[in-house]
Ligand binder design. Structure first.
Ligand code: 5GP
Length: 188
């Protein structure tokens, strides 16, 4: 059986990454498996432990680092985020295309470790538009938003090595574009 793709999928927080991803996961033809990350950040809104993330404390996360359990991990806005290695390998062996929704620091680590990974970066139409969206989402206070926006500028700069860049201006168009990228890579 052909091994599944490893897809690094990044983009600034609030760019609509998760909304696009939801639609990708509903398209069975893409044969995707979502890699659930581990994080030390607090649970937000409707999120569920073991579905959106594995929410753990710092001690548990650091133990997993010691045990070399991560394909990559990064510290982002004062919290740890990491991709458990075992799940990714298992699903790829089963022929599933595994998608990692991770930040650029992690994405660059994966691109280096796994040269066969394909990388997609979702961009906002502009920083101003992104700020509006983050405020509209209402899940973070202004101080956190300002911190995240600083991070965004850094992220866009370091995403230059990503293979694909998709601007999320109109949601349906962005979804279509990402689906076409994945289908093209599946046929390669
Ligand atoms: P949020 O707190 O908004 O859910 O995520 C913040 C950032 O961390 C996002 O850019 C998200 O893609 C990234 N992230 C989520 N999981 C992982 C992971 O396992 N590793 C890395 N490096 N980043 C992650």
């Amino acid at each position: 059986m052909k091994k599944g793709l490893l897809i690094v999928y990044s983009g600034p927080s609030g760019v609509g990454k998760s909304t696009i991803l939801k639609e990708l996961l509903e398209d069975k033809k893409l044969n995707l498996a979502f890699s659930i990350s581990m994080t030390t950040r607090a649970l937000r809104g409707e999120e569920k432990d073991g579905v959106d993330y594995f929410f753990v404390d710092k001690k548990t996360f650091e133990k997993a680092i010691e045990e070399d359990a991560f394909l990559e991990y990064a510290s982002y806005v004062d919290n740890y985020y990491g991709t458990p290695k075992a799940y990714v390998e298992q699903k790829r062996e089963e022929g599933k295309n595994v998608i990692l929704e991770i930040d650029v620091q992690g994405g660059l680590q994966v691109n280096e470790k796994c040269p066969d990974a394909i990388s997609i970066f979702i961009e906002p139409p502009s920083i101003e538009e992104l700020k509006k969206r983050l405020i509209g989402r209402g899940t973070d206070d202004l101080k956190v938003i300002e911190k995240r926006l600083k991070q965004v500028k850094r992220e866009i700069k370091s995403s230059k090595t990503y293979k694909y860049h998709v601007i999320n201006n109109v949601l349906e168009d962005a979804v279509k574009e990402v689906k076409e990228i994945i289908k093209k890579e599946m046929d390669n």
